[in-house]
Design a binder for this molecule. Structure first.
Ligand SMILES: Nc1ncnc2c1ncn2[C@@H]1O[C@H](COP(=O)(O)OP(=O)(O)OP(=O)(O)O)[C@@H](O)[C@H]1O
Ligand SMILES: [Mg+2]
Length: 223
């Protein structure tokens, strides 16, 4: 479904350049659940940014559904990302003054058109999907850390993306809460959602269907 071919990326300029990704190729099959692991600074987040088209790599090509999207204009990439990709982070980035339900509808709230009944209901369904039925009226501050992260997942689902990217989604949660979030991700993957997740936790990586280890800017191991 997604393919990154010979990706090289450096940060910095001139004398002070650091090569973070060095000729990395990666394929993400449809409906797969890929965990990306590696020590801190090994380039996991950079790889996720490149594969999700957030960051344009210096070298290499990117394919989505067999189409070469490397040279798409920024507007076309933004449209593709908004229709097909969603991303969640360690920090949930919820707006504190909006209810959980309004946060889930956020991808639609920046339009001039008001949110219609169908989208409103879709938001409720997404909250239900992550086990938060009935909590939609609460503000983020009235929810636990795990519940807040589940709202972020619901928001990531509201536009029915084909790929969900997750950068350390359980990084700021305790073990039990992190496991709950992992179960939700596993269940979404079982229902056909393609997931690419960066994690530090070996147990969480084992819950994915494949593991890619980054080391010194290269893929050290794939299993
Ligand atoms: N915008 C940037 N400008 C310059 N250097 C950067 C930038 N972003 C990341 N780096 C550097 O690139 C390297 C890889 O960063 P990256 O965030 O991809 O690592 P990571 O594997 O996700 O690490 P962590 O596990 O700590 O999140 C690091 O050495 C980092 O300092
Ligand atoms: Mg990172």
């Amino acid at each position: 479904m997604l393919k990154a071919d010979s990706i090289t990326h450096r940060y910095g300029r001139d004398g002070a350049q650091v090569t973070v990704l060095n000729d990395v190729s990666i394929e993400i099959p449809e409906k797969s659940f890929t965990a990306v692991v590696g020590r801190s600074g090994s380039g996991k987040s950079t790889l996720l940014s490149v594969v999700s088209s957030l960051l344009k790599p210096e070298q290499g090509q990117l394919f989505f559904r067999d189409e070469n999207i490397t040279w798409f204009s920024r507007a076309r990439i933004d449209r593709l990302r908004s229709e097909e990709f969603s991303i969640i982070f360690q920090s949930h980035h919820l707006l504190p003054y909006l209810s959980a339900h309004e946060n889930v509808l956020l991808p639609y709230l920046n339009r001039i058109k008001p949110v219609g009944r169908e989208i409103y209901e879709r938001g409720l369904k997404c909250l239900e999907r992550v086990g938060l039925a009935g909590l939609g009226e609460r503000l983020p501050g009235e929810l636990s850390g795990g519940e807040q992260q589940r709202v972020a997942i619901a928001r990531a689902l509201v536009k029915s993306p084909s790929v969900l990217f997750a950068d350390e989604p359980c990084g700021s949660l305790d073990k039990a809460t992190g496991n709950e979030v992992m179960s939700i991700l596993q269940s979404l993957n079982k229902d056909g959602l393609t997931i690419v997740m960066v994690t530090h936790d070996p147990m969480h990586a084992e819950m994915a269907s494949r593991i890619i280890r980054l080391e010194d800017g290269k893929i050290a191991r794939e299993c």
